[in-house]
Design a protein around this ligand. Structure first.
Ligand SMILES: Nc1ccn([C@@H]2O[C@H](COP(=O)(O)OP(=O)(O)OP(=O)(O)O)[C@@H](O)[C@H]2O)c(=O)n1
Ligand SMILES: C[C@](O)(CO)[C@H](O)COP(=O)(O)O
Length: 396
């Protein structure tokens, strides 16, 4: 049976008369994105698209959050936002503007002072943008996040360039858009511009409300086409991430010694299924850790014969590729080799250079250090060599 709307997703009722409420419009069909479900319910980085920005709003203390959903998608929407507090669902309309208007009406009984109106299709919602908008409402009835236009802009038709457009003073407009609640409700109620509006700022403008521009964020971009849902097109996070790796291999006679992709002359070498380059193995785990992609054994099983004697350079190149595919770039890596012998100092420059080459990084982004354990423990007794690594990746 279709649940009656509005309904609360959470048994606890949302707090009444909170200063800032939000509307998330998720009632579109997502026709341009295609797919088996409207894009706002598609899984992206392990969660339905709509859940990402709703969680960001909740963690910024915004409540209640009215989510406009399409008719017939009540169960899917409730599952997508399950266990989140302060959610109220309403059915949306035939256009985005109508969905916003219906959601605004749902807030009327316990009217908030301010409201943020956001597209479910913009999953990454940085806290700084929310804070900028809320701060702007102290002096204006409306505020929108914008980005400058950096490319040339032209008018064209029939595949031909027709005329240049002066880009000074042009901005790309994002959501959330923030308003004095009573003012934007009145603006929507008084809208005579037809079913659709470009955005809510246009509705505000028609009602004579001044709208302040605040800085938007590239990460706030909208999922419109199926390709936008690909990980590399849109990284999940706007934050840098750090991963840590650690590894130990036994030192034995008769093996080659490879460290950081460099072959070192020594009386013993490291034993292992691959070339046992312990430093690279620690670094691979650090990179995989930074993107939460498991560990080296998940990607290169020690029982898989194809990796017997394999050069660990391949493992590192693979981890770097996964970092890129996750929508991140490697910002910095730092490897520490722990052994009494051989002395690492004379090889450090070559090691850094080799790691930088494999990772396609500038030398200054690669650090190789060494230490001993003062003759204590496994490495101190020369039974093995250990390595640890830290890697930092940033969204591209
Ligand atoms: N009747 C509508 C139409 C759109 N939206 C919402 O408005 C946001 C921005 O719209 P858009 O990206 O154009 O989404 P769709 O209308 O779903 O996409 P399409 O035009 O490709 O069908 C989306 O979160 C969408 O769910 C809505 O709530 N109600
Ligand atoms: C509201 C909006 O996201 C602001 O940039 C945009 O206008 C939505 O446009 P669409 O044509 O509905 O994708």
């Amino acid at each position: 049976m279709t649940p009656t709307l509005p309904l609360s997703c959470d048994p606890a009722q949302p707090p009444a008369n909170t200063p800032v409420a939000a509307i998330v419009v998720a009632a579109g069909k997502g026709l341009r994105a295609g797919g088996t479900v409207p894009k706002q319910f598609a899984l992206w980085h392990g969660k339905p698209l709509v859940r990402h920005s709703v969680e960001s709003l909740i963690s910024a203390g915004i409540a209640p959050i009215v989510v406009a959903i399409p008719q017939g998608w009540e169960t899917v929407a409730a599952a997508a936002l399950q266990e989140l507090p302060g959610i109220v669902f309403v059915h949306g309309g035939a256009t985005r503007r109508e969905s916003v208007a219906l959601a605004l009406e749902a807030l009327a009984e316990d009217a908030p002072a301010h409201v943020l109106i956001h597209d479910a299709a913009r999953p990454i919602l940085p806290r700084a943008v929310i804070e900028g908008l809320v701060a702007a409402l102290e002096t204006a009835p409306g505020a929108i996040p914008v980005l400058p236009v950096v490319d040339s802009v032209v008018r064209g038709s029939d595949g031909l360039r027709r005329a240049a457009v002066e880009r000074d003073g042009l901005y790309r407009v994002q959501t959330p858009q923030a308003f004095d609640y009573a003012a934007i409700l009145a603006a929507h109620r008084g809208w005579t511009g037809g079913a659709e509006a470009g955005d809510d700022a246009q509705v505000a403008e028609a009602a004579g409300l001044p709208v302040t521009l605040v800085p938007g964020d590239e990460a706030l971009r909208k999922v419109t086409f199926a390709s936008d849902l690909e990980t590399a097109a849109m990284p999940v996070s706007t934050f840098p991430r750090t991963g840590m790796g650690f590894d130990v291999h036994r030192l034995v006679a008769g093996e080659e010694l490879w460290l950081c992709g460099v072959k070192i002359d020594h009386s013993k070498g490291l034993a292992g299924h691959s070339d046992a380059d312990v430093a690279i193995h620690a670094l691979v785990d650090a990179l995989l850790g930074a993107i939460a992609a498991g560990d080296i054994g998940d990607h290169f099983s020690p029982s898989d014969p194809q990796w017997k004697g394999a050069s660990s350079d391949r493992f590192l190149a693979h981890a770097a590729k996964l970092v890129t595919q996750s929508g991140h770039a490697i910002a910095h890596v730092d490897v520490t080799i722990i052994c009494e012998a051989p002395k690492i100092g004379p090889h450090k420059a070559a090691m850094r250079a080799r790691l930088a080459e494999i990772l396609h990084l500038p030398l200054e982004c690669v650090s190789v250090k060494a230490t001993t354990t003062e003759r204590l423990g496994t490495t101190g007794r020369g039974e093995g060599i250990a390595a640890q690594a830290v890697a930092t990746v940033v969204p591209q």
